[in-house]
Write a protein that binds this ligand. Structure first.
Ligand code: NAP
Ligand code: F7E
Length: 351
């Protein structure tokens, strides 16, 4: 029987790869999108535009993660086997400017959907997009048993959602799991996150349409992986008989400056000539060092990613060269081919 999945946040980076993966497994996929005065479906248009064709099992519905009534109605209508809750105000820096809204979407939104599922029949499997940001100032390496010490309104909201997911599991026996994902990036990463900002700037500098790249803290360290591998992990988590909380990461970390160096070296650019620091990008409280321990994920779902940070820098830079009308350098394209991620498509409208 065809399985049915519902994805909140389907228009985001992760949602766009997850829907491709689930469609490749012959799922019927439903996604919640926000009404906007401009188009916000850029990452999934290559799938959605075909949805009038009879063989595309993708259905989009307007809604908002803070709107319990709408979520509840949709869940009753769709009767999903699996729900992936990826919707969030996901930008850490922005969460300091909008702490209350971040709490409504990133924290209370999770309760809306959990409660809607419980009132439906409680049988749907639920995935919560938890984050390494919850660890905050806890020393690396961080694992499922590391104590959370969140350092932003975003991270505090994610801690709330983490525990709500655990609580619905314990209180109502729901199959509700947390994937505690460390940073994962891709050509489809939002333009204001640091990796994409760097690779996009490298391409634009090469093209001659940008001279300087303004950044904040270059010293913080992150455990950066490649998104298509992580969405497969999300799926694997929901295939387990019992719900779990699992860290997904690469087990290696690098500073923002190191990532910048990899990209600029690959693009044959000198960082000293193009980088400027703008304190506007500093955060009131920073997360200094994240490095995930994935022992539990290896043991429970056999998950271990292949793409390292240097490969990631090459993949993202090649794509931004393409997007800016330049010939890609080529190594990133080859890595993608070698990985055989044949369910990921580069949307035509993003080139
Ligand atoms: P993203 O690109 O920022 O996507 C966020 C998605 O949430 C978008 O589809 C967005 O819709 C939607 N959304 C935001 N507010 C909403 C609301 N009020 N109602 C309905 N939808 C709403 O984030 P991502 O990188 O794909 O991450 C996916 C999830 O994983 C997020 O929850 C994020 O916090 C979490 N996470 C991400 C990482 C990472 O490294 N990427 C790591 C750990 C956890 P619009 O397109 O309309 O804005
Ligand atoms: O920052 C520093 C910044 O915004 C990474 C989200 O997906 O991953 C993401 O959160 C680091 C920070 O990602 C700039 O201070 C320097 O130390 O790319 P980011 P993030 O904050 O790690 C986690 C796991 C999530 O869950 C989140 O949803 O880079 N940095 N200069 C900068 N960051 C930005 N954005 N822009 C700069 O100019």
């Amino acid at each position: 029987m065809t399985k049915i999945a519902l994805i909140t946040g389907i228009t985001g980076q992760d949602g766009s790869y997850l829907v491709e993966y689930l469609l490749s497994l012959n799922y019927e996929v439903h996604g919640i999108i926000r009404r906007s005065s401009s188009f916000n479906t850029r990452r999934i248009d290559h799938l959605y535009k075909d949805s009038h064709a009879e063989n595309v099992n993708l259905f989009l519905h307007y809604g908002d993660i803070t709107d319990y009534g709408r979520l509840s109605g949709l869940i009753r209508e769709i009767q999903p086997d699996e729900v992936y809750n990826l919707a969030a105000q996901s930008h850490v820096r922005v969460s300091f400017d909008m702490p209350e809204y971040t709490g409504q979407a990133t924290a209370l939104g999770t309760t809306c959907i959990l409660e809607a599922l419980r009132k439906n029949n409680g049988d749907t499997k639920f995935y919560q997009a938890s984050s390494s940001e919850m660890f905050g100032s806890a020393l690396p390496p961080q694992s499922e048993v590391t104590r959370f010490h969140p350092r932003s309104p975003y991270a505090v909201a994610k801690v709330y959602s983490f525990w709500m997911t655990v609580n619905y599991r314990e209180a109502y026996g729901m199959h509700a799991s947390n994937g505690i994902l460390f940073n994962h990036e891709s050509p489809r990463r939002g333009e204001t996150f640091v990796t994409k900002k760097i690779t996009s700037a490298a391409a634009k500098i090469k093209k001659g349409i940008q001279k300087f790249l303004y950044l904040g803290n270059l010293n913080s360290k992150r455990d950066w992986g490649f998104t298509p591998e992580y969405v497969k992990g999300m799926y694997d988590i929901l295939q387990l008989d019992k719900p779990v909380d699992l860290v997904l990461a690469t087990g290696k970390s690098a500073s923002v400056y190191e990532f910048l160096e990899y990209v600029f070296e690959y693009a044959d650019l000198d960082p000293d000539k193009h980088i400027k620091i703008d304190p506007r990008y500093f955060r009131p409280s920073e997360v200094e060092s994240l490095l995930g321990d994935i022992s539990k994920a290896k043991n429970t779902i056999g998950w271990s990613p292949k793409v390292n940070i240097k490969d990631l820098a090459k993949i993202m830079t090649d794509f931004d060269f393409l997007e800016n009308g330049l010939e890609p350098i080529g190594e990133g394209v080859k890595i993608m081919e070698r990985l055989g991620l044949n369910w990921t498509k580069i949307p035509r409208n993003m080139i």
